[in-house]
Design a protein around this ligand. Sequence first.
Ligand SMILES: [Ca+2]
Length: 225
Amino acid sequence: MKIASSLLLALLCTLMFGCNKKAPDAPSSANTATTASVTASSPNNANQEPTEAQREMAQKRALMDYATMEDQFINDPHGQWASSVKASSTFGDDNNASPSSSNSADNVKGGPDGNTWTNNHQDMGFDTVEVSYAKEVSATQVRIVFQNGEGVEAVSKIELQDSAGKWNTVWSGISEQKRDERGPRTWFVRNFDKPAFKTKAVKITIANNVQRGYKVIDALQLVGE
Ligand SMILES: [Ca+2]
């Protein structure tokens, strides 16, 4: 009885296997065809890799984009540059001697010129830079020019002063900006909703530990009408 059942099972299996064996065959040949066509097309994909000349052109395009961006910022008719600057620390100001003028906050006045302010903390506490402008405006944007992006990731707050002298925060948080590899200056650009008051003074805060190393600012622009 047992033998008969086993034989029956074996027969059934053989029949089923025989049936099933045919089914996978058809798709298998289709798969082979697909594989063959992928293999045949792969040399074309390899040809699509950019050539040295194409890479060079892409790099030049990026440099041109940077030049255009910076030119628009510098010549923005609604942009103003700092007329007076006050910083919470200056590189070397704990040495019982006056800090070198090459690191002074006064270097933040005017448009970007390669003269910079450097703070005195690499990773400790916060530093602030307070900047005044000639004309009172309804501000919509602040642009901070960092030399080589040194500090661009550490900006943590932007405040505007109203006519009563009160500081109002228009943005605070973690900077999403990274060093701009296309040029020597990195522009920290922050838009915000136009406040109800007009302003001619901006205060920025830098969280020194968020991007370690000295923070180096060339210029600070206020945008508004
Ligand atoms: Ca400067």
